[in-house]
Design a protein around this ligand. Structure first.
Ligand code: SF4
Ligand code: SF4
Length: 433
């Protein structure tokens, strides 16, 4: 896709602290210039995705309801690459992690977790297996499929980097078996490497969920409250790995994204590589526009995607798909009372009880929510999809998690207050002495 007239880049496109802008209105930037620095440890720098002038810096309402600052760049039409771009100097684990950090990499499969944090471990021996996620299980989305077919050299180089700098002895590439060409291509590029095995998994949603994938490839369960690394595993999305490899080779940071454009309202569904911050309206125009008025547009797929309120919203670092449905495919059925059929329970991959969670949310019982382990819900949407009463189960689960977060924040605040009071009482008695 040719460069857009302008891009709007929010300062939060990842899990963790939002970034703070380093540019001012009127500044000139080139592609790859750092325009925002991380706002904390769990964060990732942001780079200019087009060359031009900073036109505005203002508040931006994200589709998740949060408002963050955003930088708008007006294109000069040149897509001039920054002179500062150079392949990073990588020669050991520390310099590899630093390079991944500077690249701006976040989980490109949709999660958006800063990649350098995931790869930062105290003891390299704790990494027993790296699982490369090529499952791409959500309907419609095919951007990882294109990566595996079109950028297999980058994936192979990424595997060599993991072996060299993380000392990984076992790498498993998990791919759903409905992507036969990807399985064959991954086997071909790794045929001389005994460290790597390619596993064809049943095409079954949510096969690509991190914990599901670990269970189905490595055969272990990540316990509640633990991280994959606690069982010796790191999971990396295949497009994230391909990007890291390309960055180490070229020094070009995360400035563009391959996005699947699909859905019943789209004229010419396709995968498009676009500068981050491009308006989704521009991307749909490139896909021939709409056959009919879209009734619902999603960031991501139909199971986990979030509704986009406006066509002027931008493509983010973790946007892997833009799906536009016509009215027929997106009409909201009427919610009816729960009939206690148990379908939501039997369809939950983590054996949660979404019906009971809903009741606990209504009763505002955080104790019950903790007992029902809602925090391990991966928001896959299977329960909502399987519910004949069209209950908004996954939405209530999100609400439940927000209630628990609020409770934890309040407890931390009380603890801090008590601590502060006891510190000041101690100081007073010391001065009395
Ligand atoms: S969204 Fe529903 S089905 Fe998916 S993990 Fe959560 S409770 Fe289970
Ligand atoms: S699937 Fe729906 S109707 Fe059935 S028990 Fe769960 S919430 Fe109730």
């Amino acid at each position: 896709m040719s460069p857009p007239v302008s891009v709007t880049i929010p300062m939060s496109m990842h899990i963790g602290a939002p970034c703070s802008a380093l540019v001012r209105v009127g500044d000139t930037v080139s592609v790859g210039d750092v325009i925002a620095q991380p706002g904390g440890y769990v964060s990732a720098p942001i780079h200019a995705s087009i060359s031009g002038k900073i036109k505005a810096i203002g508040d931006f309402l994200l589709s998740n309801g949060n408002t963050v600052p955003a930088v708008t760049i007006e294109s000069d039409g040149e897509m001039r690459l920054s002179e500062k771009i150079l392949p990073p100097d990588v020669n050991d684990y520390e310099s590899f992690i630093e390079a991944v950090k500077q690249s701006g990499a976040v989980g490109l499969g949709g999660a958006g977790f800063p990649t350098f944090v995931k790869l930062s471990v105290k003891d390299l021996d704790s990494i027993k297996t790296v699982v490369i996620n090529g499952a791409e299980c959500e309907p419609y989305i095919t951007s990882d499929t294109r990566t595996m077919l079109d950028r297999s050299d980058d994936i192979r180089f990424g595997i060599e980097l993991l072996e060299k700098y993380l000392g990984v002895k076992r790498i498993i590439i998990g791919i759903e078996n409905n992507k036969r060409e990807c399985v064959d291509e991954m086997k071909r590029i790794n045929s001389d490497d005994p460290t790597v095995s390619v596993v064809a998994l049943p095409a079954s949603y949510p096969q690509g969920g991190e914990k599901v994938l670990i269970h189905n490839t490595v055969g272990v369960i990540v316990p509640e409250g633990k991280l994959p690394i606690d069982v010796g595993v790191i999971v990396l999305n295949c497009t994230t790995l391909a990007f890291i490899a390309a960055y180490i080779r070229t020094g070009i940071p995360l400035v563009e994204k391959c996005v699947t454009v699909d859905g019943s309202a789209v004229k010419e569904p396709k995968n498009v590589i676009v500068p981050i911050g491009t308006s989704i309206g521009d991307v749909f125009d490139f896909a021939g526009g709409f056959i009919e008025e879209p009734n619902k547009i999603l960031y991501g797929g139909p199971m986990m995607g979030i509704s986009v309120p406006s066509l002027s919203d931008p493509v983010l670092k973790n946007t892997n798909a833009l799906i536009a449905f016509n009215k027929k495919d997106s009409v909201l059925q009427k919610t009816t009372p729960c009939i206690r059929c148990g379908s939501c329970v039997s369809h939950c991959p983590l054996h949660l009880d979404p019906r009971a969670i809903s009741k606990a949310v209504e009763a505002e019982s955080t104790e019950k929510l903790e007992k029902l382990k809602v925090n391990i819900c991966m928001e896959c949407g299977c329960c909502s999809y399987a519910c004949p009463a069209v209950q908004p189960l996954v939405q209530r689960n999100r609400l439940a998690k927000a209630m628990l977060r609020a409770k934890q924040a309040k407890q931390a605040e009380i603890k801090k207050k008590i601590q502060d009071e006891s510190d000041s009482t101690g100081k007073e008695s010391e001065s009395d002495d």
